[in-house]
Design a protein around this ligand. Sequence first.
Ligand SMILES: [Fe+2]
Length: 277
Amino acid sequence: MITYAEVPDDRITSDYLGERYNIAEAKARVGIHDRFIQFTKHNAIDAPALFDEVWEFYRNVGVTSWQSRGRLSLYGASLYYNPAHDPSMWHLGSFGTPRFSNLPESEYYNAPVQVEKYGGGKADYIDPYAFRKQHPFIAERLPNLRAFFESFNFPVTRVTARTLNGLFNIGGGYHIDSKDTFSIRLNFCLSTNGKFGLSYQNGPVVMFEPGDAHMVCTARHHSAYASERCNFQRTNLIVDVIPWYDYDPILDGWKPNQYFGKIHPYDMVEQGIVTFG
Ligand SMILES: [Fe+2]
């Protein structure tokens, strides 16, 4: 096991684990898997109940615009946090970063996956595994969200609630979320009016219905999408799932699980090995 405390300050936790456990060889064994359309499941969650609790969270804990942009078109909150951060940061820590706020558009969208160029270690916004604890307000006051997160049979990390304001132009911010296809990012739609979805650059648009679960192909350039400006605010939950490591919350460390190097993370979702709800 490798604990968070052991990860050097200037390293990303998942990169450091990957180096120590030779994930390069494990990835080579299962191969790349980068189809545009990944797993989609309708009626995967109780969208109205989770929607109400997300808005309880916004109202009681706080809400912010995407911190690296500060625009009115996207706001929300981090629902999981890094315990190394001050509690005042817990609902903000993974919701963009002021560190990238002055980057030009041409550099901005790929900065999170270029640690060598833009810096940032394990206490930074760009370290997904570090946002590993559920916000205490959820445990105390939001039973449906709590039960939903605890229903995952793999470690959950860096969860955010994101609300798009349809009054603004949505889309075109094509970016990747990770350097390769070995991260699982699930997108759960809590509310929509039929005009919102996810667009892949030079690829398809996936439209969402409330209750949908969709797995994002994180290494393909993609963007939030709305077919037109509208008087509606769309809310989604974004949940990162760790496919190849067990996480021990007491020791605060990770170790490879039985799927490490055996089956591609996307196949784990498509074959029903990763379950939730
Ligand atoms: Fe993304």
